[in-house]
Design a protein around this ligand. Structure first.
Ligand SMILES: [Zn+2]
Ligand SMILES: [Zn+2]
Ligand SMILES: [Zn+2]
Length: 216
């Protein structure tokens, strides 16, 4: 393994330990040793990527940037391998480390876009957002309006449903409120009455607020 790659591996371990809220230098050193067969934490200090005070290991500004970048590429690679190439978790854990080091900035953005700017890796850990994710978010926000903001007589195409309550999401989907479906607003008070395909239904305002449409 090249020096630069070892530095990247060690930095990603510092990030992961912080995420687990452990972060003591002994745990970090042990994991670095386990992975690289040598403890290079002091090299990270020398390079200006981390500081160690007492047992506390902290990323510096440049260390934070570099670690965020490697973690992002690592977790995007995991998503790509499981979602697109359908490798199982065991194969993936082995291959994701290697792949991340060769994901260039342009490829990284294309992959992130292809995967729909995912926020979590297959293990449920956060994928740090990149420039492409922010741009996509800004773009979506510039065209998406909550269904509750439409007036009677207006219509729109469903872009996404924000609700985090799963039963509610499933209910909406079973009623045919899906991304891509055109909905017509008939009435907004006392309840929101809409038509989607051939179905007419009344929605509570709270629910109508969570359905985002592109007005048309
Ligand atoms: Zn790696
Ligand atoms: Zn993961
Ligand atoms: Zn993205």
């Amino acid at each position: 393994m090249e020096r630069e790659q070892k530095i990247e591996e060690a930095l990603s371990i510092v990030w992961e330990e912080r995420e687990k809220k452990v972060g003591g230098d002994a745990a970090v050193r042990a994991r670095i040793y386990e992975k690289l067969k040598e403890d290079i934490l002091d090299d990270l200090v020398k390079e200006g990527y981390v500081t160690v005070s007492g047992t506390l290991v902290k990323l510096t500004g440049p260390g934070e940037e570099k670690a965020k970048d490697i973690i992002r590429r690592q977790r995007l690679a995991e998503r790509l391998l499981t979602d697109v190439l359908e490798l199982d978790r065991r194969e993936m854990d082995y291959s994701a480390c290697e792949f991340e080091h060769i994901l260039s900035k342009e490829v990284e953005e294309s992959i992130c876009t292809l995967l729909g700017h995912p926020v979590e890796c297959p293990h449920g850990l956060a994928i740090p957002a990149g420039d492409c994710c922010q741009k996509a978010k800004d773009f979506l926000e510039s065209i998406a309006v909550p269904l509750s903001k439409l007036k009677p007589g207006e219509s729109g195409k469903v872009l996404y449903i924000l609700t985090r309550k799963h039963p509610q999401l499933h209910k909406l989907m079973s009623l045919g409120i899906l991304p891509g479906v055109r909905v017509f607003v008939h009435q907004v008070f006392p309840s929101v009455v809409i038509r989607a395909e051939e179905t007419q239904l009344a929605l509570e305002e709270d629910v109508a607020k969570e359905i985002y449409v592109k007005k048309s």
